[in-house]
Design a protein. Structure first.
Length: 126
């Protein structure tokens, strides 16, 4: 089993080295005579996220000052424990501003250079 795996690995390496040493072929016609490498710009679309901020306003009522209305005696007489009675009031309406972050996605054109192999005949059409 090990010998079989070793022979398969060596065979795969031999095929890889053989194809790596082959001259490149032309991208347009497929010939292998006098092929040169050129850079060709290609335009692609890329999604880009943009971060934006906005302000949201919210009205709220804060508590106002409380007023003492009276006392209530608990237990035997007023000497043991006194419960105070308070009147709750509301303050003026206030506005709180909150910063909200949100993201949008837009498509942006991007130029990318790729390698192209062309022969002398096809180089004129490039």
């Amino acid at each position: 089993m090990k010998a079989m795996l070793l022979s398969f690995t060596l065979g795969l390496m031999a095929v890889t080295l053989a194809t790596a040493n082959e001259p490149p072929c032309c991208s347009q016609c497929g010939c292998t005579e006098c092929v040169s490498a050129y850079c060709r710009p290609t335009c692609e679309q890329k999604a880009v996220k943009e971060t934006h901020y906005r302000v949201e306003c919210e009205d709220f009522c804060p508590p106002g000052p409380s007023q003492l209305c009276g006392e209530h005696c608990c237990g035997e007489g007023c000497n043991s424990w006194v419960h105070k009675i308070w009147k709750v009031s509301c303050g003026e309406v206030r506005t709180r501003k909150q910063l909200v972050k949100y993201e949008t996605e837009k498509q942006v054109p991007v130029t990318k250079c790729t390698v192209v192999y062309l022969c002398r005949r096809c180089c004129g059409t490039y």
